[in-house]
Design a binder for this molecule. Structure first.
Ligand code: DGL
Length: 263
């Protein structure tokens, strides 16, 4: 039987999924959260579907052993690669994240939408089905971004090298006329201020981290699984990165000094 006070498990290839975890923590402050960063196997973006699915299963087993009541796959690449297989195996709610093509298509004025994501996400069947379903009257231009998640992992959020990489990836989309830039990788949420600075006020940046938090709440509500605890939930972090690096990464992105357990 699932109990309301069990934690919500959240995972990503690294620290990108913290962009979703922080939204869940804000929206559902009394929920206990258990976050796993699969850092030694990152990046997922250049790996095969089989490899990523195997990693996803291994992490889900870890989370299930720790008795989570739901799992949020806080990684676009892991979602497109493995969510069907995860849902086929586990009975608890499994919530994924996909690039926010739908809101961008709905709001574009130029009729051109740009998507930044990993190569693996962009070549996946589920992303291509999504893009096809929403490109009747709108052109969707995609841009793989090798190296960009690594800049976030290195906490290089406003360096000259990150700026140069973003310009290299974003300018071609702007030249094609995109007025919406979809952040199709959870790591890129932490680069949103830099991306905004580069694209200027007339270009919208589309991020789905809040939508995933809302969807998590909705899925818990369907099963009546919201925490009934009064006050802040307990947030636990796990990472396979060396302890000193993990401490620095999580503390900076979570906004306070936190303990990170070694997985
Ligand atoms: N954060 C992941 C995503 O949302 C990908 C980063 C990686 O390449 O591992 O796609």
């Amino acid at each position: 039987m699932i109990v309301n006070e069990q934690a919500i498990g959240i995972f990503d290839s690294g620290i990108g999924g913290l962009s979703i975890a922080r939204q869940i923590h804000q929206l559902l402050p009394s929920e206990n959260l258990l976050y796993v960063a699969d850092t030694i196997h990152a990046p997922y973006g250049e790996k095969s579907t089989e490899y990523i699915t195997q990693r996803a299963f291994e992490i889900c087993e870890f989370l299930i052993q720790r008795n989570v009541k739901a799992i949020v796959v806080a990684c676009n690449t892991a979602t497109v690669s493995s969510i069907k297989a995860l849902r086929a195996k586990y009975t608890i709610p499994i919530i994924g994240v996909e690039p926010g093509v739908k809101p961008a298509v709905f709001n574009t004025k130029s009729g051109i939408v740009g998507v930044l994501a990993t190569a693996q996400t962009l070549k996946s069947a589920s992303f291509n089905d999504l893009a096809k379903a929403f490109s009747t009257n709108v052109k969707i231009e995609v841009q793989p971004c090798p190296g960009l998640m690594e800049q976030v992992e290195a906490l290089s959020l406003d360096s000259a090298s990150t700026e140069a990489l973003i310009k290299q990836y974003v300018f071609p989309l702007l030249e094609k006329g995109a007025d919406h830039i979809v952040l199709g990788c959870t790591h890129y949420a932490f680069l949103a201020p830099m991306i905004k600075k580069i694209v200027g006020p007339n270009i919208e940046i589309v991020n789905t981290d809040f939508a995933v938090a809302k969807e998590t709440a909705r899925r818990l509500d369907i099963l009546n699984l919201r925490s009934t605890h009064v006050g802040q939930g307990h947030v636990e972090f796990w990472s396979s990165a060396p302890a000193d690096i993990a401490h620095k990464q999580f503390s900076m992105l979570w906004g306070e000094s936190v303990t990170v357990f070694k997985i």
